[in-house]
Design a protein around this ligand. Structure first.
Ligand code: GLV
Ligand code: MN
Ligand code: MN
Length: 420
């Protein structure tokens, strides 16, 4: 077996990681575990907690203009940083590991380097990215988007949630400086490499009982808002043939999403996660329905075909039912192929520390998709039970998290040694 560079250092500790997981698990909305939506009081509490842990690990904690929380450790002689990270925000009633695993693994790696007295040649940055999950502003991966130059101050000032709050105000509320959002933007090559450890969020590692995965490609979301406008009428007095029911048309849109994704094959998936009808009363035919639609895929052609079929399909439903259906594209992110160099180095690192692994793809999207505009990235997976995620039952074994952190530490040391 190749010698592991990480052997002289402290091993990532399941006990420390378990204590961190417990601390973060408590920072949830109490009535709806595990909810820590971006820009909420719970998010601010988690950030404060992390700043404390970063300082203990002798990382210098800062917050960039996008609100990304960055703990930095100086390097010995190289200028560009190696970055590791993920996110601490969750979906509504989400889990305790999605994103959290990656931030904690980064923190633990920094602790091992510190306790082992090992200074890397390159600076190390451990990042908690702002709002990776879907937000009320119609955008996700906000921090990594800003870091990679795909979100500007004008857009942040324009996007509003239902309460009329702007994304800019939300970013400022977690310590960012949205008016100067461009300052969060990094130049290509800064960071030099980015590593993100994450739970798989699908079941292949868990089923195969393999503790570690090296990701070769990452799917990307394309999202739409769909507005269905029919006619509000009396539920008793309006014969079935005279209705322009927005909810019935919306139901057809939901089934259209399912059908076009299923028929596309090639790993495409489609979801309607939000359906709202108005006036939402039992004795009133809904005049309006609003939907949020999410498609994911890895093959650009499959994505393009699916989106085209969806867009034309909504028009056909509207024409047949006599309702207006308008869609707005909210995001159309690009899927990512991980460089074979990074895949190979991650596999070498797994081999060196004796962790069995397999190659896989990611159906979920990640901050890594955006950081990839700046530098080669590595996405490292650990199993989660039954592949469940974005739900309170989400679970990963802390031993797997420690193994993942160990491979990440080894990979980091190899990158530090080999890169200029
Ligand atoms: C993030 O969890 C996403 O893939 O939506
Ligand atoms: Mn995540
Ligand atoms: Mn998520």
């Amino acid at each position: 077996m190749t010698t592991a560079l990480s052997d002289p250092l402290l091993r990532p500790s399941p006990d420390r990681l378990a204590a961190d997981l417990r601390a973060l698990e408590a920072l949830t909305r109490p009535d709806r575990p595990y909810t820590r939506r971006a820009f909420s009081d719970e998010d601010r509490a988690a950030r404060q907690w992390l700043a404390g842990r970063m300082a203990e690990a002798r990382l210098v904690p800062t917050v960039d203009a996008a609100g990304n929380q960055i703990g930095r450790r100086a390097g010995r002689d190289a200028a560009s940083a190696l970055m590791v990270g993920s996110h601490l925000d969750t979906v509504e009633a989400g889990g305790r590991f999605d994103g959290i695993a990656g931030v904690l693994a980064g923190l633990e790696v920094a602790r091992c380097l510190d306790a082992g007295g090992h200074r890397l040649r390159h600076p190390l940055e451990v990042v908690n990215f702002t709002c990776e999950e879907a937000s009320d502003f119609g955008l996700s991966t906000i921090g990594s988007r800003a870091m990679s130059g795909k979100l500007d101050a004008a857009t942040a000032a324009q996007l509003r949630n239902r309460d009329g709050r702007t994304l800019a105000e939300a970013i400022d509320s977690v310590g960012g400086r949205a008016a100067d959002l461009g300052a969060a933007r990094r130049a290509p090559g800064d960071p030099l490499r980015y590593l993100e450890l994450h739970i798989e969020q699908s079941a292949s590692l868990d089923r195969a009982q393999v503790p570690f995965g090296v990701v070769t490609a990452i799917a990307a979301p394309s999202r739409y808002r769909v507005e269905v406008r029919g006619r509000q009428d009396h539920a008793g007095g309006t014969p079935m043939g005279d209705r322009r029911d927005a909810a019935a048309a919306a139901a057809e849109v939901v089934l259209l999403v399912e059908r076009v994704a299923r028929e596309a094959g090639r790993g495409m998936v489609g979801t309607v996660g939000v359906v709202e009808t108005r006036p939402n009363m039992v004795n009133v035919i809904p005049g309006e329905a609003d939907l949020l639609v999410d498609f994911r895929g890895i093959e650009p052609e499959a994505i393009a075909d699916t989106l085209a079929r969806f867009e034309s399909g909504t028009a056909a439903i509207g024409a047949r039912r006599g309702v207006a259906i308008e869609w707005t594209s909210l995001m159309r992110d690009a899927p990512l192929t991980v460089s074979s160099d990074m895949v190979g180095m991650a596999e070498d690192a797994a081999r060196a520390v004796g962790a069995p692994w397999r190659r896989l793809t990611s159906g979920a999207s990640h901050d890594a998709n955006h950081v990839a505009r700046l530098c080669p990235i590595g996405l490292l997976f650990i199993p989660c039970r039954d592949g469940r995620s974005h739900c309170p039952e989400e679970w990963a074994e802390v031993e797997h998290l420690a193994t993942g952190a160990r491979v990440m530490l080894e990979l980091l040391l190899r990158l530090d040694r080999d890169l200029a």
